[in-house]
Design a protein around this ligand. Structure first.
Ligand code: AMP
Ligand code: MG
Length: 350
């Protein structure tokens, strides 16, 4: 099911983004498997070949650095050190610091220390199970960014605490791709890292890139969309329960967990898409979109919209709700194409 979802996502991205290529264009794209995801990159202008090569190498480097399942990655070394100080590079320290900021600003809805709970549900290994409530209760004692310690020259986790960057790593990776494109003078292009999309500049004909938001009620159909976003210079990151889940005794359990309970978030949302600027003047918006899409999925519609209204972060939102609505924030509404026949009711909030 997981593999199917990844394949479907890859095919979907290819369909959605490749459909836009002018026939006379030489091929300017690259497909990479990294971070457990099929990634597709397209780049036009400047040193596009160098950009694609560097982007591919960068994805492999980040996989080696951030993978939870590679024992010698920096994340793997931190997780297995059980209370010991570990020498890690500045990059991971900085990423952990920004993760801590997102934990604080989302009141704990985004929390990378949810790792042991993710593992207890089997989402790390794909051998799924429903943990006993007592096990969850005990694991939740190890959850919280106060268990992550960052010193100038070393980093350590309290005994029992583990980290899982699955909710932010691909967004961070898409920030790196944006930087690589900018450095190489690439002015138009896309990067699709699973549900994390970067759409730089416009399509070749000057019109916006068209990025499909999957229809979570038809997640088996890679061509079923809840909406299409017409985007220029934007990251668009989607979190949804349909991306990874299992069923047991007629109940569905998905991979986005509420750190307050240890159970899959049950907030009335089917997916959350966060959109923000990816132009050269933006910095870190890929990671921002990724962390927030996970957190706002946990929070639910009311809190997510309130967060959008009151928080200073520069982003827009598209929410797909369980009761069949597509809720879009005002700044994005003109870029949303409604899908006739999808059965959704479209609403704009301001
Ligand atoms: P995403 O697809 O970006 O929403 O990330 C989901 C992944 O992040 C899951 O597969 C877990 O590895 C991890 N995760 C699950 N729940 C949370 C959470 N509340 N905060 C941070 N990471 C999470
Ligand atoms: Mg995320």
């Amino acid at each position: 099911m997981k593999c199917f979802a990844k394949l479907a996502a890859a095919v979907w991205m290819l369909l959605c983004l490749c459909a836009c290529k002018a026939p006379e264009e030489p091929v300017h794209d690259r497909q990479v498997f990294a971070m457990d995801t099929v990634m597709v990159f397209k780049a036009y202008g400047g040193e596009y070949e160098t950009a694609l090569e560097e982007a591919e190498q960068e994805m492999q480097r980040l996989d080696d650095l951030l993978s939870r399942t590679k024992e010698d990655s920096e994340v793997g070394r931190l997780n297995s050190a059980a209370g010991e100080h570990v020498q890690v590079g500045d990059e991971i320290q900085e990423l952990l610091r920004s993760a801590a900021i997102y934990t604080e600003s989302t009141n704990g809805a985004f929390d990378i220390t949810i790792a042991p709970v993710v593992a207890a549900w089997g989402f790390t290994t794909d051998s799924y199970q429903v943990p006993e409530p007592a096990e969850l209760e005990s694991l939740l004692q190890t959850v919280g960014m106060e268990h992550v310690h960052l010193d100038a020259d070393s980093t350590w986790l309290d005994v029992g605490t583990q980290i899982d960057l699955g909710g932010i790593a691909k967004g961070y990776a898409s920030d790196r791709v944006a930087e690589i494109y900018h450095e190489n003078g690439v002015v138009q292009g896309t990067a699709a890292l699973g549900g994390n999309v970067m759409a730089l500049g416009t399509k070749r004909d000057g019109t916006p890139w068209r990025v499909g938001v999957r229809d979570p009620r038809n997640s088996g159909d890679a061509n079923a969309y809840a909406a299409i976003l017409n985007l220029t210079d934007s990251f668009a990151v989607t979190s949804g329960g349909y991306e990874r889940y299992f069923e047991e005794n007629g109940k569905t359990y998905h991979h986005i967990l509420n750190p307050a309970t240890g159970y899959p978030a049950d907030s009335g949302l089917l997916s959350v898409t966060v959109v923000a600027d990816c132009s050269e003047r933006s910095h870190g918006n890929g990671a921002l979109c990724d962390a927030l899409s996970t957190a706002l999925f946990v929070m639910g519609e009311e809190q997510a919209v309130e967060f959008w209204r009151s928080n200073g972060y520069p982003f827009e939102l598209l929410l797909v709700t369980e009761d069949g609505r597509v809720v879009v924030t005002k700044g994005l509404s003109e870029q949303v194409e409604q899908m006739e026949g999808s059965g959704y009711i479209y609403e704009t909030v301001s």
